[in-house]
Design a protein around this ligand. Structure first.
Ligand code: PRX
Length: 655
């Protein structure tokens, strides 16, 4: 690891308005952060007091990273659905809007669901799940579009103590089958079809195809588009039928703080996706607290996170974070460019959105359309902008801040991961000035460190100072994932073996002299395509399933809109010829195995891959060639056949 070069970071002063009425000033941040480090137990027990517990916790963190064992609030009991729904109704806020649904078609019906409505809907769903046979501890797979019923299903599971596993609607039947089997899920909740940008997504058909490979006891189907779908007698139930006559009451199951809440599959550098497990108490406190402070949420405000509930961002900041805070959350079914490139801005104006939270890939795509679509709309309701999912380049940050925020709004660039449950590094709107491209400062309780290849700490909050290295976290926080479902060894191996005693994030990072963290991207074989995490090994496995393919190596390359694109090197079996037709077959193969989100951007057929004498593929070289950085290949002397590199460069795709 090298010392960072001198950077001329531009400071952007936090707007004076962001300091008025803030829940956290600079002085409060300093005081609260220091306390969260010095008296973690006291700090987190105090934060936990904003929630209702059926049994109060007396202890906060009980954890060690070597050997790995993580528990929070372990003697406490609560139900996150009660905290997200019922307690607001009980407090007399049943008339407040919990969810606003904006459909794919802007002329379609907007739904405004109050907390009282939400309670009734969640009870109906919970009792329907029970009627189907779902019991506490069972895993329920949810494969839904971005419609309120998706949130009802998650909350209904939480209410009865079932563990939800939400699968993003862009995943294929193969991917569903793998996830259903991995967590032995006997139940699926899906919709007939989804709608995105005017196109239908055959959700139920995909489930049927998945169930040719995996089996479940029952499928609950929510009617959404009204499209024609096949129903298997005895297995499939229409929600509107099965929910007829269910009781209007359903108590919230008291859950131990460490009872599982959900599983969410995410890609890693090796093997199949991992079922990241989050438990109840710590996650509840973490997302309630991070939502409250990161967005400086003020009662009555409309919060819009554009993420799908199939990703962790949707779990934490469409559903559990906002609702536990009694906020109004907007759920948007569609896409940013349908029917036109002004859809986000039209929607902000239509629903008077105050806080808008989206991904850099969307910002970059919309930036390309210029200011005109933004300026068509009155965006004066906006008070705060947020970014999540991948590094945001300063140019996109500035466009977001200036064109969307008119230079008057705080922008929070929130760094976190599926495994962290919620925001870990961010500026706080009323406390910190901003630097475009930097996520900012650690959240309360977060102790980031930069380590070199040997694990030596080269910069952290204690020593201060500027350095670049690998980002680790050296103590637990309430929202930390507890394990990989069914494979604790893999959890330990993936996150705690590289630097024993520390959680390894897989990200590279720079800390500057002002204590601001700059995430530089993954340092493992994970790529980030439009904010979607993808293991290169998964794409390779999909490619080699084709009987003409001998070997495949997949790397990321910089992509203007997606952040990273997928570049696949493929060698064919003897006698096979590359061609457009085969390329199309391979693209389809990947879409079938993983889903459309993993479609290769480039397929590069090559007679050979660069390997060391021991047969290891030299990915560093493949990355450089994919990046068109062929002048900087570095040391190639360890290659078994150096000539391979010239062939690869010659065959490099013109981009
Ligand atoms: O590389 C980091 C990047 O996304 C990874 C986590 O992906 P996932 O688990 O899918 O969660 C995404 C949403 C929280 C991280 O390891 N990442 C996420 N947010 C940022 C980011 N990189 C830079 N800046 C961010 N704000």
């Amino acid at each position: 690891m090298t010392e960072p070069a001198a950077h001329h970071d531009e400071w952007v002063r936090r707007p004076a308005a962001a300091e008025q009425g803030t829940n956290c000033t600079a002085a409060q941040y300093a005081e609260m952060y220091a306390r969260s480090m010095a008296d973690s137990d006291g700090f987190w027990l105090e934060q936990a007091q904003r929630l209702d517990w059926s049994r109060q916790p007396t202890k906060a963190g009980d954890w060690r990273f070597d050997p790995v064992s993580i528990e929070w609030f372990v003697d406490g009991a609560l139900n996150i659905c009660h905290n997200a729904v019922d307690r607001h109704v009980a407090a007399g806020n049943g008339d407040r809007i919990a969810l606003i649904f904006e459909p794919d078609d802007p002329a379609g019906e907007v739904r405004r669901i109050t907390y009282a409505d939400l309670q009734a809907e969640v009870i109906r769903m919970a009792n329907t799940l029970k009627k189907m046979g779902v019991a506490k501890g069972d895993r329920v797979t949810i494969y839904m579009p971005m419609v309120p019923e998706g949130a009802f299903a998650m909350l209904a599971c939480a209410r009865i103590g079932a563990v939800h596993s939400v699968i993003f609607g862009g995943f294929s039947p193969e991917a569903i089958a793998g996830r259903v089997e991995d967590c032995a899920s006997d139940w699926i909740v899906c919709a007939d079809e989804g709608l995105r940008g005017g196109k239908t997504i055959p959700l139920k058909d995909n489930v049927d195809a998945a169930l040719a490979k995996a089996s479940v006891k029952a499928v609950l189907v929510v009617r959404h588009t009204g499209g024609d779908v096949a129903m298997t007698e005895g297995r499939d139930h229409w929600y509107h039928d099965l929910s007829q006559g269910v009781p209007g009451e359903c108590p919230c199951e008291p859950m131990n703080a460490e009872d599982p809440l959900f599983i969410l599959y995410t890609s890693g550098s090796t093997g199949k996706p991992k079922g990241v497990l989050h438990t109840t108490g710590g996650y509840a406190v973490w997302v309630e607290t991070t939502f409250r402070y990161t967005f400086d949420y003020r009662p009555g405000e409309v919060f819009w996170c554009t993420a799908d509930i199939g990703w962790v961002t949707g779990h934490s900041y469409v559903v559990y974070g906002p609702l536990q805070n009694g906020a109004t959350a907007l759920m948007f079914e569609g896409v940013p460019n349908h029917p036109d490139h002004d859809r986000f801005w039209a929607t902000v104006a239509k629903h008077k959105v105050n806080i808008f939270y989206t991904a850099p890939t969307a910002i970059r795509a919309l930036m390309r359309e210029g200011a005109e679509p933004v300026n068509r709309h009155d965006l004066s309701s906006l008070r705060l902008l947020g970014s999540v999912g991948e590094p945001i380049n300063p140019e996109a940050w500035r466009w977001y801040s200036e064109t969307v925020g008119k230079g008057a709004l705080p922008v929070v660039d929130t760094w976190w991961q599926t495994e962290t449950g919620g925001v870990m590094i961010t500026t706080l709107p009323g406390a910190h000035d901003m630097k475009p491209g930097s996520a900012g400062r650690p959240f309360f309780g977060i102790s980031p460190q930069l380590v070199d290849g040997d694990g030596t700490v080269i910069a952290d909050e204690r020593t201060g100072g500027a350095a670049s290295g690998n980002l680790v976290i050296d103590r637990s926080w309430p929202g930390q994932s507890r394990t990989v479902y069914g494979d604790h060894d893999r959890f330990v191996q993936t996150y705690f073996s590289t630097y024993p005693g520390k959680y390894f994030t897989g990200d590279g990072c720079r800390r500057d002299a002002d204590g601001y963290y700059w995430i530089t991207g993954r340092v493992d074989d994970v790529i980030n395509v439009s904010g979607h995490r993808m293991g290169t090994a998964e794409v390779e496995s999909a490619l080699v399933l084709h009987d003409k393919v001998a070997e495949a190596a997949v790397v990321g390359f910089p992509h203007d809109i997606k952040g990273q694109g997928i570049y696949c090197y493929v060698t064919l079996n003897a006698g096979e010829e590359p061609g457009e037709e085969l390329a199309a077959e391979l693209r389809n193969q990947v879409r079938r195995e993983i889903g459309p989100i993993a479609s290769p951007d480039h397929l590069h057929f090559t007679p050979a891959l660069p390997k060391t004498r021991s047969g290891k593929i030299m990915r560093r070289i493949l990355r450089k060639i994919a990046e068109n950085e062929t002048g900087a290949l570095g040391d190639t002397s360890t290659l078994a056949e150096p000539g391979v590199v010239d062939t690869l460069i010659e065959g490099r795709l013109n981009r």
